[in-house]
Design a protein around this ligand. Structure first.
Ligand SMILES: [Fe+2]
Ligand SMILES: [Fe+2]
Length: 179
C-alpha cells in the first residue's frame, strides 16, 4: 500500500506543474520503521517508569522521566512524518520489549540500555544513509542522535550521583518537583 497519491495530488494540484514524488532510497523506510518501533517502545517504558516514580512520591523524577517520554513521542512523530514523506507506510503494529525496573536504579539502568541501543541504531542508520546518498534522512537521524546522547548523559549522571551520595540521599532529593 502506498500513500504517495496524497503528496502527488497535493503538489500537482497546488502548482499545476508535473507530478513531484519523493522516492525513498533502498532500505531507508525499513530502517525508519525499526527506529519507529524503538521509539514507540521507549515511550511506553519511560511513561510507566514516570508513573511508578509518582506513585513512590518521587515527583522530581516523575516530571523528568515523563518529559523524556513526551520527547520520544515527538521523535516518533518526526519519524512517522518522514516515512510518509518518503511514500512509505509507518508500522505502528510492532512494539519491542518494555523493560520495567522495579527500583529507581533499575529503571535508570533499563532506560540507559534503551538509549544506548537507540544511538547504535541511529549510527547504523546514518551510515546506511551515507551509503545510499539520502542526506535528508541522514540529517534527521543526526539531530535525533544528539538528543539521545543528552538522555544518555543525564542517565549516566544520575547513576554516578547515586554512587557518590548513596541511594537514600539521592532519593530524598527526588521527593519535591523542580520549581
Ligand atoms: Fe528518541
Ligand atoms: Fe531518548
Amino acid at each position: 500500500m502506498k500513500y504517495g497519491w496524497f503528496s502527488v495530488m497535493t503538489l500537482s494540484g497546488c502548482t499545476g506543474e508535473k507530478e513531484v514524488t519523493v522516492k525513498a532510497k533502498e532500505g531507508v523506510v525499513d530502517l525508519l520503521n525499526k527506529l519507529l518501533t524503538e521509539e514507540l517502545t521507549v515511550i511506553n517504558q519511560y511513561f510507566l517508569h514516570a508513573k511508578m516514580c509518582k506513585n513512590w512520591g518521587y515527583d522530581r523524577l516523575h516530571h523528568h522521566v515523563l518529559e523524556r517520554s513526551c520527547g520520544e513521542m515527538k521523535d516518533a512523530q518526526t519519524v512517522i512524518d518522514h516515512i510518509l514523506y518518503l511514500e512509505g507506510l509507518p508500522n505502528m503494529q510492532r512494539l519491542g520489549t518494555v523493560n520495567v525496573g522495579e527500583t529507581v536504579p533499575e529503571q535508570l539502568k533499563a532506560d540507559l540500555d534503551k538509549e544506548r541501543a537507540m544511538v547504535t541504531m541511529l549510527t547504523q542508520g546514518i551510515q546506511h544513509c551515507v551509503k545510499v546518498g539520502d542526506f535528508t534522512t541522514r540529517h534527521l537521524l543526526e539531530d535525533m542522535a544528539k538528543d539521545e546522547e543528552k538522555h544518555i548523559d543525564w542517565l549516566e549522571t544520575q547513576l554516578e550521583t547515586i554512587g557518590q551520595v548513596g541511594l537514600q540521599n539521592y532519593l530524598s532529593e527526588q521527593i519535591k518537583a523542580d520549581g
